[in-house]
Every structure is written in C-alpha cells, then in structure tokens.
Design a protein around this ligand. Structure first.
Ligand code: FES
Ligand SMILES: [Fe+2]
Length: 414
C-alpha cells in the first residue's frame, strides 16, 4: 500500500528554537516533498481553485490542481459550485483533459463511464453486458459511486477548496485580519484581464517565503530603488493570523505628495536615472485609503496582490522538489472604465514573469536552489524582527516568513 509517511529517509531535523532557523534540507528533500503533498496540500488547508467569474453558466468547468492532484471545479444546474478529483473511479484515468469549458457531463475516454456536474457516476458502458453476457457484477450500484469531493467556499469572488473534512470554515481559518485584507481588494465583481504561467527552477517554499519577505523589496528590486518607488520607511505593517500561515503586509503612499514630487522632479531627483514614461507607475488611490501596496498570502500557495492599481492572484503549484509552477491571474473589475483598464495593463508591466519588479522574485529562488545543490546542511537565519510570528507595525521584519514555518511545522508534525 502507498505509504504517505515514507520511513526510509531521514526526517529533516529542525533546530530546537523553532521557526527562526530553517533547515536547508527542507527545500531539497524528496521525502519531505511527498509528506507535504499529504499533510499540507491534502491536509487541513484551503486552496485557491479558480475565480467565480470563470463559472458563470451551468456546465462551466475549470480544471486545476491542488498540490500535484488534478481537480475539477464546476457550476451545476442548481448553480452550486462543486469541486472533485479529476480521476475516474473505474481505473483511475484522468477524466477531463480540457483546461476550461462548458459541458453537460464528463465522459471518460478510456471505457466511457460518465459523471454529472456534481461528480456523481451516471453511466457505465455495457453495464448489463452484451447480448446477455458479461456486464458489471450484480451488486454494483452506480448511485454508490462518485468522484472524490472537495469542500468548497467562495469569498470575494474567489473559489477555495479543501480535501479536509475537519479544517475550520474558510473565514475562521483565514483569520479576521486576512479576511479583511482579502475583501478590501476583492470588494466588487472582478474580471479577468489575462494570465501567464512561469516555471520556477526551485522548491515551492522559496517562492512563498519571498512573497512574505518585506525585507528584500527595496534591496533586490533595483527598479524600486532607482526610481524611488518603494521604501521601507513608508508607513505600513504586517498582519499575521494566529496559526501563522496567512498574512498580509501593506504600505501607504502619500499620493498627492508623489504627484507633486514628479512635477518637481528637477529639484528632488538625486540620480540621473529617470523614467521617460511614467505611465507604468502612475496610479490612483482606488480604495481611498492611501494603501499603494498590499500583499496577502493564503497558506500554502496563494497570493493576492495589489501593487498600486495592478491586482493579481498568484498561485504556487509544486511540480517536484525543485520545480514550481507560478500562475499569474491579472484582474480588473466590472466597474473599470477604459482608462482604468489601460492603467492596470500598463502597471502590469511591473509584475508577472518579466515584470520590472517581479522578475527578480522569479529568479532568486533558482539561485538559492543552485547553492543548496548537494550542499544542504545547516539552516538559514530568519531572525529579522525577532523570533516570533506576530503582527507588526513595521516592515523590516521576517515575522511573516516565521509565520509560514509555524503553520508548516504544525501540519507536518515536525
Ligand atoms: S478508466 Fe475511466 S472509464 Fe475506465
Ligand atoms: Fe520581491
């Protein structure tokens, strides 16, 4: 039988102080990767599945993955959103090959078994045999078989799913702060502006750590410092839920002062570098609260970002111990006018695989992974801002990273 708790390998040893030293082997160890699929991705966690806007009509479906497991999300005739594992119960074939579409039912290409939009088995080819011979065993009942179901909840137009029967409801699990952060950005009906996917040559955890790392932004990202766009001294803070894994950080900008500074740039500029075309950063305070950057994570692998007026969901999907798929889903809102859509698209140049800013986040994990190749003893130091994983009113801190490891260790039993 398949053993989700491989006993052959050494378990990664954690230093006793908990979450401010992270063993490098956690990014390179194959047994850890297998345990993560069971304990994190199929465990007591909620995962991004799709946008509700992708399932407008009955019969609409989206194919996705939770961890490495293929999952279908549907809107049925009763308008309920369902999610179930994309694996035929007959012989385990991948049931649906499509990425997205509209269907009346799912038919398996292998032996033609069919399922309705809730995942219930509805048809078995040659169930009664042929010419009175063969057919399914008499005790077999179609009604007793269905595709493995996930629990589903929708918040802010985002469809979430979990394999767990016992994890708390989505909002309790996210925590009040993170619910507030999520619904602040997703406060009206979203539209899909586009998407792209990149492959990161590194362990999935290096990317989610990077997202939670407010420390690096003004150092690694030269675009920000060269053009004086983001500084650690902007007012802001970090909210972390009690379990540690969900968080958001935010920074405020004085929009009026920025506009004035641009007009006055001849006096204020300290470097010779200028953006000839400022439209890539010119933004409006669309939420009316002065927050220009809000980065939110949902453990283990979803990010919701507002960087000025560019809004995106990022989904981190592990594809092997040193390979990760990162999808960017660029959003607008139904009430956007043409000017706002144009603004979002221009600012979209900052993010995504080749983004002026996000580009560095896409490659830095690969450099770490290379440095760990056959050299993964010891542990990394995550002590900026202390040893705990508490919410903070400043950003020179790695507390959100420690929060990730707090939740991770609890689920992994390490
Ligand atoms: S594997 Fe799907 S019908 Fe046989
Ligand atoms: Fe970054």
């Amino acid at each position: 039988m398949y053993d989700p708790e491989p006993s052959s390998g050494r378990r990664v040893a954690w230093p006793s102080n908990g979450i401010s030293e992270v063993p490098f082997r956690t990014y390179t160890d194959q047994d850890t990767y297998v345990r993560e699929q069971e304990r994190i991705f199929k465990g007591d966690t909620w995962h991004y599945l799709c946008l509700e806007a992708e399932l407008t009509a009955a019969g609409d479906f989206v194919s996705t993955t939770v961890g490495e497991v293929s999952v279908l999300v549907t809107r049925d005739a009763e308008r309920t959103v369902n999610a179930f594992v994309n694996r035929c119960i007959h012989r385990g074939n991948l049931l649906c090959m499509g990425r997205q579409g509209n269907v009346k039912k799912f038919s398996c290409m292998y032996h033609g078994w069919t399922y309705d939009l809730t995942g219930q088995l509805t048809g078995v080819a040659f169930e009664q045999g042929v010419q009175g011979k063969g057919g399914m065993a008499p005790e077999f009942r179609k009604e007793e078989h269905r595709l493995q179901k996930l629990r589903v909840e929708v918040l802010g137009g985002i469809v979430f799913g979990t394999f767990s029967d016992k994890v708390a409801g989505l909002e309790d699990w996210l925590g009040a702060d993170v619910v507030r952060g999520l619904t602040r950005v997703m406060n009206r009906a979203p539209t899909l502006l586009g998407r792209n996917t990149q492959i990161l040559p590194n362990n999935w955890k290096l990317y989610i750590e990077n997202v939670k790392d407010t420390y690096h932004a003004s150092i690694l990202h030269l675009f920000l410092t060269t053009f004086k766009i983001n500084k650690l001294n902007m007012p802001g803070g970090i909210f972390i839920n009690p379990d540690g894994g969900n968080h958001y950080s935010f920074a405020k900008l004085d929009y009026e002062a920025e506009t004035a500074a641009y007009k006055d740039e001849g006096i204020r500029a300290e470097s010779d570098f200028r953006l000839q075309d400022r439209s890539v950063v010119e933004s409006v305070d669309e939420y009316g609260d002065g927050v220009s950057v809000q980065i939110l994570t949902v453990f283990p692998g979803m990010v919701l970002q507002q960087v000025r007026n560019t809004i995106a969901v990022r989904v981190i999907r592990p594809r092997g111990v040193d390979r990760t798929e990162l999808e960017w889903i660029h959003l607008g809102f139904e009430d956007d006018d043409e000017e706002m859509t144009e603004r979002r698209l221009r600012q979209g140049n900052l993010i995504g695989p080749a983004g002026y800013v996000a580009m560095e986040d896409g490659f830095i994990g690969g450099f770490v992974q290379r440095a760990l190749q056959y050299n993964d003893e010891g542990a990394g130091v995550v002590m900026m801002g202390g040893h705990e994983a508490e919410s903070q009113t400043f950003k020179a801190s790695e507390s959100a990273i420690r929060g990730f490891w707090k939740h991770y260790r609890a689920l992994m039993g390490e």
